[in-house]
Design a protein around this ligand. Sequence first.
Ligand SMILES: Nc1ncnc2c1ncn2[C@@H]1O[C@H](COP(=O)(O)OP(=O)(O)OP(=O)(O)O)[C@@H](O)[C@H]1O
Ligand SMILES: O=c1ccn([C@@H]2O[C@H](COP(=O)(O)O)[C@@H](O)[C@H]2O)c(=O)[nH]1
Length: 240
Amino acid sequence: MSQNPKYKRVLLKASGEALMGEQGFGIDVAVADRIASDIAKVRTMGVDVGVVVGGGNIFRGVAVASKGGDRVTGDHMGMLATVINALALATSLRKLGIETEVLSAIAMPEICQSFSQRAALHHLDKGRVVIFAGGTGNPFFTTDSAAALRAAEMGAEAIFKGTQVDGIYSDDPKTNPEASRYDTLTHDEVLDKGLAVMDVAAVALARENAIPIIVFSIHEEGGFAAILNGGGRATVVTDS
Ligand SMILES: Nc1ncnc2c1ncn2[C@@H]1O[C@H](COP(=O)(O)OP(=O)(O)OP(=O)(O)O)[C@@H](O)[C@H]1O
Ligand SMILES: O=c1ccn([C@@H]2O[C@H](COP(=O)(O)O)[C@@H](O)[C@H]2O)c(=O)[nH]1
């Protein structure tokens, strides 16, 4: 494995939806174990890794709002879903012997530590994988925004968005088979073209902090490490 990775500190946004595997809901432990082993590969390359995991396999706040319920309560439920996923991923990483700490934006001291930038930097400097749970801690946001926020706070050199598709397309490739794939884009182009792979707030925050976004398939085993080694398949978003 290369000891000269492209970046020394990165933030992985791991798709929550991916965690459910073929089950249609919840967590498939085999999938969590596989994603953990991809993270472990990167960690053993000496790269500092922060992780934000989504909650789409369990709950999204819009599901409550679309049925006439209270959006804020729905978003609280969604943020709690991300804590469940973070605990699952931490368990999978620890099984591999990777020291891991879960830091939650919503205080729940009996379960995990609360997020603070200082705690995050301390654990990263100790070589631990840090999983940021609970999103931003605020409703009306998503875990993409949490990823951009935590990336800026931890001094990440890049955001790796591991999602269901292998890059950014001219349209959603899941619904439009004619969509064409980009190898590179700028943050401005993602926003101007309305490419919905990541939410606007997240892309804008990454742009403001000049953090590249690398979109790749979380299902591609070893894909995370391959990109850090200069290969792999991804769309790379930079500021110029
Ligand atoms: N222009 C586009 N290029 C690529 N994917 C797109 C585009 N527009 C929409 N998408 C869709 O966006 C999805 C990613 O969105 P989203 O972040 O909500 O899902 P996720 O990565 O599974 O995260 P989570 O489940 O954690 O919320 C892709 O799986 C893809 O289907
Ligand atoms: O900062 C945040 C992050 C997330 N939420 C809620 O959680 C769900 C799950 O996150 P995804 O990014 O969709 O996977 C999200 O739909 C929101 O309901 C939040 O409120 N604030």
